[in-house]
Every structure is written in C-alpha cells, then in structure tokens.
Design a protein around this ligand. Structure first.
Ligand code: C2E
Ligand code: MG
Ligand code: MG
Ligand code: MG
Length: 297
C-alpha cells in the first residue's frame, strides 16, 4: 500500500516515528478498513480526538486547538488518519465520521467552557463534506445541542477540496460562515488556487503546509514559498498559520517573515483532551475576533 509506505517514510524522515512500523507490515485491505470503521462508529471509545494547540510565535498565547482523529483499533492499535480517512472519503462513511468528530469536539469544547476555558477548536472537513448541502444545518444543530458559540468552532478545508466543484462548495462555505463559524484553508501550497479565487472564499485563516515549513531553513524554494504565502495571506486580510514547526530555527525564520501563528512539535504535539486542561490553566487563550473580521496585527 503506497499511501501507508509514504506516511511512514515521511514521519521517519521528520525524525519522529509516531506509529510503530510493525503495525504496517500487513497492510489491511480497503474492504477491511471500511468494515472495521463501520464497527468502530458503533463502538464507544474506539474513535477519539487528540488536540494540538496553535501558538502565537512568541509562545505566550494559544490561538486555538486542532482536533485530530485517532482510531484505537482493538487488534491493530493506533491507526493513523492517513490510513483510513482517504478510504472513508471514497464512500459516504466520511459523512458519519465527520458528524462523530464534530460531536466529540463540541462535547469537549462544552466541558472546557464549563471550566472557564473558551478555547477555539478546529475540525478538519473532507472534500466530500463540502459537497453535502445538509452540512451547514448539521453544524448549526450540533452547535445548539452542545451549547457552544459558533465563533469558537473552526472548520479546515484543503485548497484542492474547494477547487473541485467551486460553486457548490462556495455556497456551503458561505452558509457555514453565516452561522459565525470560522473557516481555514489547510495545507496551503499543495493545491492550485489562484489569488482571485482565494479572495472569494469566506475564510479568515490560511495554514501553510508543513512540507514547506519544514524545508524553509534548508531549501531556498521552500523559503520563498513560505514568504509568498505569508504575504498573500496578509494581503487578503487572513491570519497565517505555519504547520509542522519543529525547530527553534523555524520559529525565528517565521518571526522574521511576520507569520502570525505556529503549530508543530516545537510547541506541542497532538495530545489527549485531559492534557489540554492543565495547559490552558498555564497559557492564556488569544481573544477570538468575530468571523470574517481581519485579525489585528
Ligand atoms: P492536517 O489537518 O494537516 O493536520 C496536521 C497533521 O500534522 C497532523 O497529523 C499532526 O499530527 C501533524 N503535525 C503537527 N505538527 C507536526 C510537526 O511539527 N511535524 C510533523 N512531522 N507533523 C506534525 P495527523 O494527526 O496524522 O493527521 C493527518 C491528516 O489527517 C490531517 O492533516 C488531516 O488532513 C487528516 N485528519 C485528521 N483528523 C481528521 C478528521 O477528523 N477529519 C478529516 N476529514 N481529516 C482528518
Ligand atoms: Mg488540518
Ligand atoms: Mg494541514
Ligand atoms: Mg497536512
């Protein structure tokens, strides 16, 4: 399975072996993954979220958290999202998975609100979800059910997702934005969006893909891309987040370029929800502007 091999190689190259290679020796077939995933959706506790904080570059404030799906498979152990999300995306099961992730995230957000931590949380959306006309209504219903203000929820969509069926995605995004939910462009730099197109999207945050950030201190091309993305984002009034910030040299370079927010192992790894509370007791949360308002900087 090429996808799995690539995922492992990437993690090893980054100097962080997150999942044991032995778990990948017998790559399960696509059918197995789907069957197991259906069962996991009906089982309590197999699917859970880890949360990775995003920091201001000086490390003094948390801007928000990104919810990252984890699958604790009864036989295979922790299965990385790269291994099952693409499979789920090929079928309608991704919609159920997304609904589950939203429910888990909102439940946790309500708990943090109740302990005095109004922390914004970002949930990743697949392309397929943006093609679903019912998504904005589902999000509105879930927000109301959990009693979480829309402005604390952020949805991340990839560039390529939005480029697919632009008119339809734009309508779904606009309705989500109208709810007061914040929107981000994820993995920026890996797709083909034009400036003119980006300008039409009701997003307020751009996340530079970690492949460019990780290469920016070694490779001139990556450095140029990161600088261009930061300038483009700022010219469009967007907050710019660098993903995959692993070293102090990256922090310094990003600070020089005026990047707003950083996410990466240098600051914090994705962690279980019970480790987030103590972190929020120590580090202040950056105030959230209203959706669609350019961030002051
Ligand atoms: P993403 O949305 O770009 O998420 C960031 C990924 O980068 C996460 O991988 C995170 O653990 C990893 N990361 C963060 N900081 C660093 C760093 O400093 N170095 C390195 N090497 N990696 C870092 P993860 O959790 O394995 O997720 C992979 C992808 O799976 C995500 O990429 C996202 O596209 C997808 N995904 C995760 N959860 C969900 C979900 O609930 N729904 C959907 N549709 N996709 C999800
Ligand atoms: Mg993301
Ligand atoms: Mg990303
Ligand atoms: Mg990514």
């Amino acid at each position: 399975n090429a996808d799995i091999a690539m995922y492992v190689a990437k993690e090893v190259k980054a100097g962080a072996v997150v999942f044991e290679p032995t778990e990948h020796v017998t790559a399960p077939s696509r059918l197995n993954v789907l069957g197991d995933l259906r069962r996991a959706l009906d089982t309590d506790g197999e699917l859970l979220l880890h949360y990775q904080p995003k920091f201001t570059l000086d490390g003094r404030h948390i801007e928000g958290l990104e919810a990252l799906l984890r699958w604790r498979h009864p036989e295979r152990g922790m299965v990385p999202p790269a291994e099952f999300i693409p499979v789920a995306e090929g079928t309608g099961i991704i919609l159920r998975l997304t609904e589950r992730v939203l429910g888990l995230a909102l439940t946790q957000m309500r708990r943090w609100l109740d302990t005095g931590h109004p922390v914004p949380v970002a949930v990743n959306l697949s392309t397929r979800c943006l093609m679903d006309d019912d998504l904005p209504e589902l999000v509105a219903t879930l927000l109301a059910q959990h009693g979480v203000p829309a402005r604390l929820l952020r949805l991340e969509v990839t560039e390529s997702a939005v480029m697919g069926d632009a008119a339809r995605c734009l309508d779904v995004l606009q309705r989500l934005h109208d709810l007061g939910v914040h929107l981000s462009i994820d993995d920026f730099g890996t797709g083909y969006s034009s400036m003119a197109y980006l300008r039409q999207l009701p997003v307020d945050e751009l996340k530079i893909d970690r492949s460019f950030v990780m290469g920016m201190t070694d490779t001139q091309q990556d450095a140029v891309l990161v600088r261009t993305a930061i300038d483009l984002g700022h010219n469009l009034g967007l907050t710019v987040v660098a993903e995959g910030v692993e070293g102090a040299e990256h922090v310094a370079a990003l600070q020089d370029l005026g990047c707003d927010i950083a996410q990466g192992f240098h600051f914090a790894r994705p962690m279980p929800s019970d480790e987030i509370g103590p972190l929020l007791d120590r580090v202040a949360i950056l105030p959230v502007p209203a959706a669609g308002m350019p961030t002051a900087r």
